[in-house]
Design a protein around this ligand. Structure first.
Ligand code: GDP
Ligand code: MG
Length: 596
């Protein structure tokens, strides 16, 4: 087998993963100067702006080591956000080693740890790298101690580097070659290749990225995907440099791509195994999961006649994002739209933004919610993705909601605040571990719905930014939940209904009314805002009438200025909805997200 090394980089967000990856590409001449552009691995505009790697990619480098031998290094990039943790786990499963990049000015953070656990769980060789050592604020000794405590390595195993200046980057390459074991596997065995990512290309269909564990994939082979059962011809296979480079075969141990004119992402699932139709492997590579959306929200076109366009746009987005789901729904308040399922709130934001940028679709998004599992008095079990789809109260025997285990790392001085916040959010503390004298890790069982909204922002503010957070799902648990409705001038607005924890319902209803009062602009009549549980009104606010002539202050005959003002007002109205006789802005539908 060739000298191959397969590795990934695990790091907390902003610790310098992409910057270091760029330096590796540069030092191995994978990029020439002209191609060198900062952070090439984050190639989606949106990613670059949000500063996160949304989809994982892979890139192959050739490196001539100091021992004179040539090595092929496959860097498998991993997404950096909890919403995409399943993809991270498949990328890690495709590697033999990992660079553990820790920002020397920040130290170990929650995502460093959760991804590290994944890597250790897959027996990866861990190479710790302290990054950003060019900065004055680097706390080299302190962070080294944290790393030693965490992974039990020796002081001299820790590399010091700066992705910015390039310092120590060659040592990183040498460590990849000498510390990470080469891949094992039998190139003559039946084919087993693990898909760790896929992308949609408008001209070529789905392109899947995989790591071959056993066997050899040859151009033209008839292949099948174990879990989805779909079959294709390997029209083109190859390796990924900066561009796709076609090859005749990809052997055990290596990483590559396949294009087969596959039309839909539903056929190519991350975690699935590619094998040959004529000589199939006996079993798939373990660990396949069909990822399910965790968060749901209604998406409605601002202009009702854009419903079909919205459907077409969502279908296109789904081609390259199998984790997005949608089904038609209608709302009395908002008309026809779609109930969409997302992996998490960030994923939802990304979809909303892509609809806007790539498809010019302006949408109104309703309050997101988790999925609820309802057992009816008849004994049927149904999953409900929309509070307004709940059966009648008298027909509900049990409501369950998804729970997570939260992992938070903070400084000891903020521990009290963190615990209080988690308990307010219905958390139950599981354990608490001091990582060093003033850094502590706490674990809580919590309902997912409590962290879907503003948990992360609150955590940041109560800890002055010194808390990091990660979570994983643990399953459904029964909860005491009630449906809370909002009425505007006596009309219930279904898009504002929510399920809330019974003991918090009064407080929640009151805050919701207060927030809506702020968000709904005054109109020419009074607007009553009420919160209700069933027929019982539990809170009320009033938006007082106002008579406002916006052009009044443009005295004199400046027509063009007047027109501009009216134009501006029209634009501002775009994301408004008429409900009964009340105009409701988009922000009101997300009021829950802004409450404290
Ligand atoms: P990622 O989220 O882990 O991919 O982090 P990035 O590579 O995007 O880096 C986050 C920020 O840290 C960017 O502003 C980088 O310019 C900066 N950065 C990354 N590495 C270094 C380094 O070694 N030294 C300094 N001073 N800044 C760095
Ligand atoms: Mg990055």
């Amino acid at each position: 087998m060739k000298n191959i090394r397969n590795f990934c980089i695990i790091a907390h967000i902003d610790h310098g993963k992409s910057t270091l990856a760029d330096r590796l590409l540069e030092k191995t001449n994978t990029l020439n100067q002209r191609e060198m552009q900062s952070q090439v691995l984050d190639d989606m505009d949106l990613e670059r702006e949000k500063g996160i790697t949304i989809k994982s990619h892979a890139i192959q480098m050739e490196y001539t080591a100091r021992d004179g031998q040539q090595y092929t290094l496959n860097l498998i990039d991993t997404p950096g956000h909890v919403d995409f943790s399943y993809e991270v786990s498949r990328a890690i499963a495709s590697c033999e080693g990992a660079l553990l990049v820790v920002d020397a000015t920040q130290g170990i953070q929650a995502q460093t740890i959760s991804n590290l656990y994944l890597a250790v769980g897959h027996d990866l060789e861990i190479i710790p790298v302290l990054n950003k050592i060019d900065m004055d604020a680097a706390m080299i000794d302190e962070v080294k101690d944290q790393v030693i405590d965490l992974i039990g390595c020796k002081d001299e195993d820790i590399l010091l580097a700066s992705g910015k200046t390039g310092l120590g980057v060659e040592e990183v390459l040498e460590a990849i070659v000498h510390r990470i074991p080469g891949p094992e596997g039998d190139e003559n065995a039946p084919l087993q290749a693990l898909i760790f990512d896929s992308v949609f290309n408008p001209f070529r269909g789905i392109i899947a990225y995989y790591r071959v564990f056993n066997g050899t994939l040859r151009k033209g082979d008839h292949v099948k995907f174990f879990n989805t059962g779909s079959q294709y011809d390997a029209d083109e296979i190859g390796v990924l440099k900066l561009k796709m480079q076609p090859r005749q075969e990809i052997k055990a141990g290596d990483v590559g791509y396949i294009c087969s004119g596959i039309k839909t992402s539903a056929d190519v699932k991350v975690g699935d195994t590619i094998t040959s139709v004529t000589n199939p492997a006996k079993e798939a590579i373990a660990g396949f999961e069909d990822v399910k959306p965790m968060v749901f929200a209604g998406l409605y076109p601002v202009e009702a006649d854009q419903y079909e366009d919205l459907r077409a746009s969502l279908e296109k987005l789904q081609l390259n994002d199998a984790s997005l789901t949608f089904e038609p729904e209608s709302s009395l308040a908002l008309g026809f739209g779609f109930r969409c399922g997302f992996l998490g709130l960030l994923h939802m934001e990304i979809i909303q933004e892509r609809l806007y940028r790539e498809f010019d679709m302006d949408v109104i998004t309703t309050v997101p919610n988790v999925s609820y599992r309802i057992t009816t008095t008849q004994g049927d079990v149904v999953e409900v993705h929309n509070p307004s789809g709940l059966p009648e109260v008298t027909k509900i025997d049990k409501i369950e909601e998804p729970y997570i285990q939260a992992q938070i790392i903070t400084k000891s001085e903020f521990l009290g605040n963190v615990i209080k916040l988690c308990i307010d959010k219905r958390g139950v503390m599981k354990n608490q571990t001091f990582l060093t004298q003033d850094r502590v890790e706490v674990n809580f069982d919590m309902p997912l719905s409590e962290i879907v909204f503003d948990f992360y922002d609150k955590l940041k503010s109560i800890s002055k930014g010194y808390a990091s957070f990660d979570y994983h799902r643990t399953g459904f648990q029964p909860s005491k939940l009630v449906k809370l409705d909002i009425l505007l001038n006596g009309e219930p607005v279904d898009a504002l209904s929510s399920l809330t924890y019974t003991d918090h319902a009064y407080d929640f209803g009151r805050k919701m009314c207060e927030k809506l009062k702020e968000l709904i602009p005054r109109q020419q009549f009074d607007i009553a805002i009420q919160a209700a549980i069933g027929a019982k009104i539990i809170a009320r606010e009033t938006v007082k009438a106002v008579r406002k002539d916006v052009t009044a202050k443009c005295y004199g005959g400046d027509i063009s200025r007047k027109r501009k003002l009216l134009e501006k007002q029209k634009k501002g109205k775009k994301r408004m909805r008429q409900i009964g006789n009340v105009e409701v802005p988009q922000s009101a539908f997300l009021a829950v997200l802004k409450m404290d």
